[in-house]
Ligand binder design. Structure first.
Ligand code: ATP
Length: 470
């Protein structure tokens, strides 16, 4: 027996060797489609199909449960995508939310400098240096052509608000949800009467005009974030909160089924840190295209509230009634992507097995994330009593969980189809069911079958869901 490579090492293999396996499964089964496909598509925007929207909603629900519902110290918020343009000046996004862009002199392709092969070790200073391309001998990965010196490219999308399109009417599509939580700090704190430490959680769309989007839904121009801002006493308490949040966030992915060896954490080097950050650590996943960020945990110090207080003239200090102190809270942020998380769960759940000489594709998704929890299948669709019983069962199950009926193939094929989309349980109604009032419940992972009375099926499914809950 060979020993597996150490957890988190470069030798850890991805769950699928080739990303195309996931892209084609997604298209074929209705998880993700290219946006505006009949017009040739639009780069870096993807649409979620019937199964994808269920999966992503389940991911968001699982995050909300862990971050808001289960906690007494975190509350939710849903701020607008469009905000006062001054927010983005104050936050530093107008001035410096940019990536270094280089362009090939022959094929005209554009790249993010820090993502070019051979640019892995570039420092923040290198990324701004006009001579960096020469110094590191970088060339176009497409045709080997000469690359331009880097220039900063701002990633924010702009539009105009109101009927006049001039400089004064520019507004931005938010590139992160976090700023909505900062500018609402007082509103939320006062209305919910939360005491520091407390957090504000948000899920919502963000937009970035990425230079080199790609790898399917990994990097998109329109995507959804799941971010939580935790307001803490300055200094040591903030550092301590950071050390609690990092393992907690990593554990969340594991609790929903991500293979622990395919997760690791990576601390930002001092030169990589954003100017305001005290500390930043990424939770990374071993994607088929390498180790990449899944989520970032950041200690942002007092930068955000201090800057917004100064620029708006509003006092954003917190008054601690216990110590009678006024202070500007520090912020520990957990910043995840809903699309990236759903993508990770999808990849990590994929497996191919051989069962009785045949290939079986299974998505071993956690039951809470699976698009359908249960499929109700007739063994004989020609018998109206069987079909009718199936529909009654499905309707009853659907009051509590996503349940689907399918009679479009023979039972073996129906099972395989449900395996491939991750449905944890199939309920089969056969001729005997009409006599003995029982059905067969088949488990996706073990493929074992159990006879359960019709009256007890729903309870059995709900009990299994409950038992699987982290
Ligand atoms: P990168 O360095 O990869 O551009 P980032 O460090 O700028 O990412 P953050 O600003 O910390 O990313 O965003 C928080 C999270 O939002 C990321 O960990 C990721 O899950 C998600 N995210 C960011 N940009 C995108 C994108 N273009 N497409 C999909 N998800 C994204």
């Amino acid at each position: 027996m060979t020993t597996p490579p150490p957890s988190g090492s470069d030798d850890v293999l991805p769950a699928v060797a080739n990303l195309d396996t996931i892209v084609s499964l997604s298209k074929r089964r209705g998880f993700v489609f290219p946006s505006s496909e009949i017009y040739g598509g639009i780069n870096a925007v993807w649409d979620y199909g019937p199964l994808g929207v269920e999966l992503k909603n389940n991911v968001k629900r699982a995050w909300w449960r862990a971050m808001v519902q289960d906690r007494t110290d975190i509350v939710g918020l849903d701020a607008g995508i469009l905000m006062h343009p001054q927010v983005w000046v104050t936050s530093g996004h107008v001035g410096s939310f940019s990536d270094p862009l280089v362009e090939c002199g022959t094929c005209r392709r554009r790249y993010r400098l820090d993502e070019l092969p051979g640019a892995e070790e570039l420092t923040a200073t290198d990324l701004l240096d006009a001579t960096v391309v020469e110094r590191f001998g970088l060339s176009c990965p497409n045709d080997g052509g000469p690359l331009s010196a880097p220039r900063r490219f701002n990633l924010m999308f702009q539009t105009h608000m109101g009927p006049v399109q001039d400089e004064g009417s520019i507004v931005y599509f938010r590139p992160e949800t976090a700023q909505g939580s900062y500018v609402n700090f007082k509103n939320v704190q006062q209305s919910s009467r939360k005491k520091v430490p407390f957090g504000i959680a948000q899920i919502g769309k963000s937009f970035r005009n990425e230079i080199s989007p790609g790898n399917f839904v990994f990097r998109m121009r329109e995507f959804e974030q799941m971010e939580m801002q935790y307001f803490v006493r300055p200094g040591d308490p903030a550092a301590a909160a950071f050390e609690e949040w990092l393992p907690r966030r990593r554990a969340w992915y594991e609790a929903y089924g991500v293979t622990p060896a395919r997760l690791r954490t990576r601390e930002h080097r001092p030169d990589e840190l954003a100017h305001y950050a005290k500390k930043a650590v990424d939770v990374e996943y071993r994607f088929p295209f390498g180790w990449k960020e899944l989520e970032g945990v950041h200690n942002r110090g007092d930068f955000d509230l201090s800057r917004h207080a100064e620029a708006s003239g509003e006092n954003l200090e917190y008054f601690d009634p216990a110590t009678e102190e006024h202070f500007v809270p520090w912020i520990v942020e957990t910043a995840a992507g809903a699309d990236r998380a759903a993508f990770t769960f999808l990849i990590d759940a994929y497996r191919e097995e051989e069962v009785r000489g045949e290939k079986r594709v299974v998505l071993g998704l956690h039951p809470e994330l699976a698009p359908y929890k249960v499929a109700v299948l007739p063994l004989l669709k020609k018998r109206p009593e069987i079909v009718e019983l199936c529909h009654r069962l499905r309707t009853d199950l659907a009051r509590d969980v996503m349940a689907v009926y399918d009679d479009s193939a023979a039972i073996g094929k129906l099972y395989r189809r449900q395996d491939e989309i991750g449905t944890p349980w199939c309920v089969t109604v056969d001729v005997d069911s009409l006599e003995d009032g029982a059905v067969t419940v088949r488990d996706r992972d073990s493929m074992t079958q159990e006879r359960i009375s019709i009256a007890g099926v729903k309870r059995a499914i709900l009990d299994r869901m409950e038992a699987a809950r982290p």
